[in-house]
Design a binder for this molecule. Sequence first.
Ligand code: PMP
Ligand code: GLN
Length: 382
Amino acid sequence: MSPHITSKLPNVGTTIFTVMSGLANQHNAINLGQGFPDYQMNEELMNKVSEVMQKGWNQYVPMQGYMPLRESIAEKIEYLYQTKIDPDRQITITPGGTYAIYTALTSILQPRDEVIIFEPGYDSYIPNVEINGAVPVLIDLRFPEYKINWTEVRKKISPKTRVIMLNSPHNPTGAVLNEEDIRQLKDIVRDTNIFIVSDEVYEHLIFDGIPHQSILRYPELLERSFVCFSFGKTYNCTGWKLGYCISSPSSMSEFRKVHQFNCFCCHTPSQVALAGFLKNKDAYLSLGGIMQAKRDYFIELMRSTKFDLLNSSGSYFICAKYNRISDEADRQFAIRITKEHGVATIPVSVFYKTGTDNKVIRFCFSKKKETLESAVERLIKI
Ligand code: PMP
Ligand code: GLN
């Protein structure tokens, strides 16, 4: 008899990103599905990695991450959010943002704890909760602005609520939190045992002069939070899979107990290179403007199509209704236009556990001008 695994994630299949990128390759489609830039990352940073490798930075760094990088992150946080972070006790470098989120949830959760998750939501959150034996409590963002309904949050809070999951700028919708959201959040969690896991991987990809409402700005929230970031998004190198997590010292010590027996420490040469490169403020401050110009260009091009774009104030993404073209289910529609019209997108229903279908698909605009132009040339014909 061969051994048999009782699945810890019986309801999970292959992620939509893998499915749609596979389909895009198979049909030679332009891939506006999975979120990654199709242009080269910063050359100076690439050269720096190769230089430090040549110099011999190729062995383990400490489990918490290369200290000069943690110091540069603390400096950057003080500059951006006027908050002092202890690089020794409050920052851990992780292999990407997804891992930071998983490790934070695993550090906090006990079986049957409840986690508030807003939908549509990034696809890793629910499996991360379920693998820990905890229970996702789902709340729909208000369509089509995708705003949080705080009255609904108050109703869904129970003695078992252990975490509220946040993501701003938001994937897949590009919605962002504002000061009123933060005020509501503070009110709800004050004097409770609730943690916040804040996914801020699109920290710098925020448009129209809107300030990013990082949890790091608010010490009374930070003491109950794990805040997760990704260098992949900031430096156009999603394949690097490098990020970091910030929390209070006591929470971070629990995070590190999980982290040290999973990954232990991350890729050394990238950390050494980033330690210096983070001091270049322009490299991250210019990112919002660059991405906003891409969003605006894409919006302009899309005016000639029958898609109706929704708002996007941040991230790589903008969603669109297609009811003037078809009444197909979004998944079916996304698959069909990949095969028949050569443009891959992501159906937004996959970001809902029960598949709520508002007939909306997600476009990724972090692409070269030519890519956006060629894609829209095809979309016009639909
Ligand atoms: N959170 C969100 C909302 C994302 O869109 C992504 C992916 N791009 C991640 C986390 C993961 O980041 P990383 O690739 O660094 O794991
Ligand atoms: N974050 C990327 C997106 O939303 C995909 C990352 C992945 O493939 N898991 O498109």
